[in-house]
Design a protein around this ligand. Structure first.
Ligand code: NAG
Ligand code: NAG
Ligand code: NAG
Ligand code: NAG
Ligand code: NAG
Ligand code: NAG
Ligand code: NAG
Ligand code: NAG
Ligand code: NAG
Ligand code: NAG
Ligand code: NAG
Ligand code: NAG
Length: 392
C-alpha cells in the first residue's frame, strides 16, 4: 500500500541553515491492543488531574493494574504531521541512499524538540545530524500537536503509538511514504524520554525494522517516575494559558500538561547550565501528555532482542531517568543508564553515555551540540553513516 499525503509536501522555507525540509500530514493506518481502564475515570477538572497524580505516585501498589479492566483493539487512519529534512547538498537529486534518523519526541514536546528554532537554530539536533550527512524524519506523536488527537484514556496510549512508529518506518524503508522518493540505506531510531520508551518497544516488537538505536533521556530504572509525575504538577491542558494562547491546539479533558515554568525547570533542566530564556521558550512551546500514555508506560516490553548497536544517553543530572544524579548507583553499575545493558541481551554493541552538566531536556542545555557529536560519532563508528553502502 502506498501512503499518500494530504496535499503535497510543503517546502519549509525561511530556514537559515543549509537544510531543505518538507512538511506533510501523512495518514497512517494502525491497529493495536490497547488497555481498557474502566476502573478509573478520566480527570474532568484540575482537582481531579491532581488526584490522578496522587494515585499514580502512591507507593506500594500498581496504579496501572488497579485501573486496568481488560484489553481492546483500537484501529484508525490517523493523520501524522511530519517533517523530512535533508542537507542542501543532497536535495538536488534525492538519489542518494542516506542513513535516515527517525526522531520520536518525549512528553512535554512535539517534533519541534528536534529542531529548536531558538537562537537561530543553534540547538537544533536536526541541523547537526544533517551536517554529518544524515536525513531526518521527525513527527508529532499520535495525539499531539498537529497530528490527530484522540480519546486521552482509551485511544492515545503507548501501544498504539508504537504501531504508528512501526508503520512510518516500514513506509520509509520501501519509499512508499508519498513524496519521499529517497530510499534510505539504513534507518536509525532516535528517541527522547517517552519517545525512547516507544523506540525501545519498537525494537522489542519489530527488531528487524531498525539498524540502530539511540535512546536519550532514558534508563530502565523506574524508581524516579513518581518524581517526574509529581514534579510536573500535571493540570488540564485545555485550561492552561500557554496551550490556550496557541490557536488550533484543541485538547479534550484528560490531556495533562505541566502547570508552569517551575515544573518545566524541575523536570527538564539542570541549573545553571542553560540559558534562562530557553526555559521560557520551553514553557511557550510545551505540549501535554495523555492519561492513557501515563497508564501504559509500565506495560511496554521490558526486554529487547534487538541485535544492532544501541546507545543510551542521559544528562548527568537527569531527573526522570536518574533522580537527578546518573552516577549515584551505590556501586550497582557504572551509571543508572548503563544498567539498561541487561534489557538488550543480544545487542551488537551497547554503550551508555552521560552527558555532563545536563538535565533531562538534553537538547536545551548550553552544551547540547556536544551531546549531538557523541551520537553521530557513535553511529559513525558502528558503520551507520552516509559513506557506508549497505551490503546485500
Ligand atoms: C513546517 O513545520 C515546522 C515545525 O516542524 C514549522 O515551524 C514550519 O512553520 C512549517 N512550515 C510550513 C511551510 O508549513
Ligand atoms: C538550503 O535550501 C533551503 C531550501 O531549499 C534554502 O532556503 C536555503 O537558503 C539553502 N541554504 C543554503 C545555505 O544554501
Ligand atoms: C479499582 O480501583 C480501586 C482504587 O481506585 C481499587 O481499590 C480496586 O481494587 C480496583 N478494582 C479492581 C477490580 O481492580
Ligand atoms: C485527516 O485529515 C483529513 C484532511 O484534513 C480529514 O478529512 C480527516 O478527517 C483527518 N483524519 C483524522 C483521523 O483526523
Ligand atoms: C548557542 O549560542 C549561545 C550563544 O549565542 C551559546 O552560549 C550556546 O552554547 C549555543 N548553544 C548551542 C547548543 O550551540
Ligand atoms: C502546527 O501547525 C501550525 C499551523 O499550521 C504551525 O504554525 C505550527 O508550526 C505547527 N507545529 C508543528 C510542531 O508542526
Ligand atoms: C511498503 O510498506 C507499507 C507499510 O508497511 C506496506 O503497506 C506496503 O505494502 C509496502 N510496499 C511495498 C512495495 O513493499
Ligand atoms: C525531492 O523530494 C521531495 C520530497 O520528497 C520532493 O518534493 C521533490 O520534488 C524531490 N526533488 C527531486 C529533484 O526529485
Ligand atoms: C503493573 O501492572 C501492569 C498491568 O498489569 C503490568 O504490565 C506492570 O508490569 C506492573 N508493574 C509492576 C512494576 O509490577
Ligand atoms: C552524584 O553521585 C555521585 C556518586 O554518589 C557523587 O560523587 C556526586 O557528588 C553526586 N553529584 C551531585 C551533584 O550531588
Ligand atoms: C534504581 O536506582 C537506584 C539508585 O541508584 C537504586 O538504588 C535502585 O536499586 C535502582 N533500581 C533498579 C530496579 O535498578
Ligand atoms: C560538552 O560535551 C562534550 C561531549 O559530551 C564533552 O566532552 C565536553 O566536556 C562538554 N563540555 C562541557 C563544558 O561540559
Amino acid at each position: 500500500m502506498h501512503i499518500a499525503t494530504i496535499g503535497a509536501w510543503i517546502l519549509a522555507t525561511g530556514l537559515v541553515s543549509a537544510k531543505t525540509c518538507y512538511n506533510a500530514t501523512v495518514p497512517v493506518p494502525v491497529s493495536a491492543r490497547n488497555g481498557v481502564f474502566d476502573n478509573l475515570s478520566t480527570p474532568k477538572n484540575n482537582m481531579e488531574a491532581t488526584m490522578f497524580s496522587i494515585a499514580a505516585t502512591r507507593q506500594g501498589g500498581n496504579f496501572t493494574e488497579d485501573a486496568l479492566t481488560g484489553y481492546a483493539t483500537v484501529s484508525g487512519h490517523y493523520n501524522i504531521s511530519a517533517q523530512y529534512c535533508m542537507p542542501n547538498s543532497s536535495a538536488s537529486s534525492n538519489s542518494s541512499q542516506p542513513v535516515l534518523q527517525i526522531l520520536t519526541h518525549g512528553i512535554g514536546f512535539d517534533k519541534t524538540y528536534w529542531d529548536l528554532p531558538y537562537n537561530n537554530f543553534n540547538y537544533s539536533y536536526v541541523d547537526y545530524a544533517l551536517s554529518r550527512g544524515y536525513h531526518t524524519l521527525s513527527y508529532d506523536r499520535l495525539g499531539l500537536g498537529n497530528s490527530s488527537h484522540g480519546d486521552p484514556k482509551s485511544e492515545i496510549q503507548a501501544f498504539l503509538e508504537v504501531e504508528v512508529l512501526a508503520q512510518i518506518t516500514r513506509s520509509l524503508r520501501n519509499a512508499s511514504l508519498s513524496g519521499i522518493r529517497t530510499r534510505p540505506s539504513k534507518i536509525v531510531h532516535v528517541g527522547h524520554s517517552f519517545g525512547s520508551y516507544l523506540t525501545f518497544a519498537l525494537s522489542a516488537t519489530y527488531p528487524d525494522l531498525s539498524d540502530g538505536l539511540v535512546l536519550t533521556g532514558f534508563s530502565t530504572n523506574s524508581s524516579f517516575t513518581p518524581q517526574f509525575v509529581a514534579g510536573s504538577n500535571f493540570q488540564q491542558a485545555r485550561l492552561d494559558p500557554s496551550i490556550r494562547s496557541r490557536p488550533g491546539l484543541n485538547y479534550s479533558l484528560g490531556y495533562l500538561v505541566t502547570s508552569n515554568m517551575g515544573n518545566v525547570e524541575y523536570t527538564l533542566f539542570d541549573p545553571p547550565h542553560y540559558d534562562p530564556k530557553i526555559l521560557a521558550f520551553a514553557e511557550k512551546i510545551k505540549q501535554p501528555v495523555t492519561v492513557g500514555e501515563l497508564l501504559t508506560i509500565a506495560g511496554l516490553p521490558q526486554e529487547s532482542k534487538f541485535s544492532g548497536p544501541v546507545l543510551v544517553m542521559a544528562g548527568s543530572n537527569d531527573m526522570a531517568s536518574c533522580g537527578g544524579n546518573c552516577t549515584a548507583t551505590g556501586g550497582a553499575s557504572e551509571s543508572i543508564p548503563a544498567a539498561a545493558k541487561e534489557a538488550f541481551p543480544d545487542a551488537k554493541t551497547f554503550s551508555a553515555y552521560i552527558q555532563p552538566n545536563t538535565g533531562h531536556g538534553l537538547n536545551m542545555h548550553y552544551n547540547a551540540t556536544g551531546g549531538y557529536k557523541q551520537i553521530a560519532d557513535f553511529l559513525g563508528n558502528q558503520g551507520l553513516s552516509k559513506n557506508m553502502k549497505r551490503l546485500r
